[in-house]
Design a protein around this ligand. Structure first.
Ligand SMILES: O=c1ccn([C@@H]2O[C@H](COP(=O)(O)OP(=O)(O)O[C@H]3O[C@H](CO)[C@@H](O)[C@H](O)[C@H]3O)[C@@H](O)[C@H]2O)c(=O)[nH]1
Length: 476
């Protein structure tokens, strides 16, 4: 029996729900929001946030409600040729992120199975396991033990349909090599992608049908078949056709329960970095509405020094003030861009949702991680996408081509400067993008309305969450 470690007291309840996010901030944050939302909406239940032991100290500082406790499974990064402190994917280069995912998939199933068995032997009924999309291997184990398994997606169905299809089918391995070639995406009707939009490792895989990511995604697709429901951190208001497509292709119910950061209104996984937070907000307070460009590339992506220099040059060209977040050392801009007073480089974890909610922010230059995308949409701030990897180019396509609430840049200074001016300026394009951004923000706020403020009642995402809970507790 593998050892596990608890970090808080469980509240008493009529049943237990286990949530198991991948150990990456872009995955733990939304899962923690979901746990907080469920714990408020279902206070008589107990919630277990499953993670690895190395993450317990971080979670213990997150002030979890009494009916959520964190439990750590044993995981030793160094045993997998990972840095010994790689408890999450924070600041890991892309090849090590893939190794991290494989390490998790190879080493956690046994302790996970043992832990689930102990929960089944306990008095309180185990209602369900909600496991991350990248922990699909949990589904066959849950099925074998008779536990209801739901898959939680920290990205949206539009992006994941495209991303999975490309890794599984490699439709770009067609012998052509034009950057502007349009590639049809099998199983996603009406969607094409340009070869140049594909993430770099995806492009490289056209000559490597056994690329580690192909194996990883194909294995996941097999495991999903054992899951009984799909929960998405998105809202029908922005992705209804793609939620329907997913439900139809997979033959299982889907529930759009986001945007979770707005529904939970709580804190994410990373301990507040109070000094940096106060400094960022005080700096924003000194700027006029919609004047600042916020720049961030999330928790596990960064530009090369040359790319960062191009972006810095773009930002300086029109002398718009910018706030550049560098939570990891390798995310800082080049020295030339550090013009104190005019712009700010925030070293350390910043309060991103507070920044996006600040009236001074007029645009967000982002890699397009789904959380950043959703947070920006939620606050009505137009995104200028500068994708780096993973499914980020799909998030760009959704927002730019489908929703019309942002713009994209391939990264060159002149192009980026022009796109930023367009989005922030008073021309027709800028006004339209901002109008759509505000419209979408209102629709997302309505999706998570809890009906307690005299508005139009409970929003579609909270109703979907309640339907999901009825399903797992056998009431539907
Ligand atoms: O200083 C910081 C940096 C980040 N964040 C938060 O951290 C999260 C970052 O998530 P995301 O924007 O999705 O970026 P990644 O960390 O890159 O997320 C990974 O996971 C996402 C969800 O699956 C994918 O969409 C991305 O492509 C993948 O890189 C967001 O909630 C941010 O608000 C902060 O609060 N402060």
């Amino acid at each position: 029996m593998a050892s596990t470690k608890d970090c808080a007291c469980a509240g008493a309840g009529a049943g237990v729900v286990v949530l198991f996010p991948l150990m990456a901030h872009g995955h733990m944050n939304p899962c923690l929001y979901l746990a907080r939302l469920l714990s408020t909406r279902y206070p008589s239940l107990s919630f277990i946030l499953l993670t690895t032991s190395g993450n317990l100290p971080h979670l213990s500082r997150c002030q979890l409600p009494l009916n959520i406790r964190a439990v750590g499974l044993p995981f030793h990064p160094a045993d997998h040729d990972l840095p010994p402190d790689a408890d999450t994917t924070f600041a890991l280069p892309q090849n090590l992120v893939t190794r991290f995912n494989h390490a998790v998939q190879d080493s956690l199933p046994t302790p996970f199975r043992d832990y689930l068995a102990t929960l089944l032997a306990a008095d309180s009924p185990l209602l369900c396991l909600i496991a991350d999309m990248f922990l699909a291997w949990t589904a066959p184990i849950a099925e074998e033990l008779g536990v209801f398994h739901a898959t939680f997606y920290s990205s949206g169905p539009y992006a994941m349909s495209i991303y999975n299809s490309i890794w599984i089918n490699l439709p770009h391995a067609d012998g052509r090599d034009g950057d502007g070639d349009e590639i049809a995406v099998p199983g996603v009707p009406g969607v094409t992608v340009l070869r140049r939009q594909l993430a770099p490792n995806m492009r490289a895989a056209e000559s490597m049908p056994d690329h580690p990511n192909c194996r990883f995604v194909r294995r996941q697709a097999e495991c999903y078949r054992h899951s009984r429901a799909f929960l998405w951190n998105t809202a029908e208001a922005i992705e209804k056709p793609f939620l329907d497509l997913w439900a139809k292709s997979n033959g299982k119910p889907v529930f759009a329960v986001g945007p979770l950061f707005a529904a939970a209104g709580g804190r994410g996984t990373v301990v507040d970095n109070r000094d940096v937070a106060a400094e960022c907000l005080a700096w924003l307070d000194r700027h006029s509405p919609r004047s600042v460009v916020y720049v961030s590339f999330g928790s596990q992506n960064w530009l090369t020094p040359e790319e960062a220099a191009e972006l810095a040059a773009a930002l300086e060209r029109k002398a718009r003030p910018f706030l550049w977040a560098a939570p990891a050392v390798n995310q800082a801009p080049p020295h030339a861009a550090r013009r104190q007073g005019i712009s700010m480089v925030a070293r350390g974890w910043v309060p991103q949702t507070a920044i996006l909610g600040h009236p001074a922010v007029g645009a967000f230059v982002s890699h397009g991680g789904w959380n950043s995308t959703l947070e920006s949409l939620g606050f009505g701030v137009p995104v200028v996408f500068r994708p780096i990897g993973a499914e980020q180019f799909c998030n760009e396509k959704l927002v730019v081509e489908v929703l019309g609430a942002g713009a994209a840049t391939a990264g060159r200074a002149a192009e980026t400067a022009e796109v930023l001016e367009e989005v922030m300026g008073d021309g027709e394009r800028g006004r339209e993008v901002r109008r759509r951004s505000k419209e979408i923000a209102a629709a997302l706020a309505a999706a998570v309305a809890d009906g307690n403020d005299g508005g139009d009642g409970v929003g579609e995402s909270l109703r979907a969450l309640d339907e999901f809970m009825s399903l797992v507790s056998g009431r539907r």
